[in-house]
Design a protein. Structure first.
Length: 160
């Protein structure tokens, strides 16, 4: 079993031998070549910062591919959030803007439950299926989210 050294030696070796592979995986998982180029650089930055020892060439290659896929997935999720935020914005009125800002400030589970229930019209049962959670958990998220919104901006006491 050959152990590849960590640090600059592993980085140089990986950069010389696997840049094309990382880039192809990124192109396959991204919507634009520019994003793929940026994420390819980020993968190699992570390798340079890593203190990982690789058992062999295949271990190094598999690690690079996994990191590339994970970064692409994170990037796609971030893009989706930006798009969703832009789509739910409506003509600005001071009160609605305050509510929307307050909803965006909630913890992720509460924010998603509130959004899906009040903006998209889903029931707690349907939200549970979407978010892979039990109905009672969703009801708790909705209650906590409403309580937080009530404390933050007041007057938000609706029944599910």
């Amino acid at each position: 079993m050959t152990v590849l050294s960590k640090g600059k030696d592993a980085f140089s070796h990986a950069f010389e031998n696997y840049t094309d592979t990382v880039y192809r995986v990124a192109v396959h998982n991204c919507t634009s070549r520019t994003d793929a180029e940026d994420l390819t650089q980020e993968v190699f930055l992570k390798l340079l910062q890593s203190h990982k020892l690789f058992r062999n060439e295949e271990h190094l290659k598999a690690w690079l591919i996994r990191v590339t896929i994970n970064l692409c997935r994170n990037h796609a999720r971030d893009r989706k959030r930006e798009t969703l935020a832009a789509e739910i914005e409506t003509p600005q009125t001071p009160q609605y803007s305050t509510v929307l800002d307050a909803v965006k400030a909630l913890p992720e589970n509460q924010r998603n439950a509130i959004y899906l229930h009040y903006y998209e019209g889903y029931t707690a049962e349907e939200i549970g299926k979407i978010l892979d959670a039990k109905q009672n958990t969703v009801l708790s998220w909705l209650r906590r989210g409403r309580d937080t919104l009530h404390d933050t901006i007041g007057g938000f006491d609706d029944e599910i």
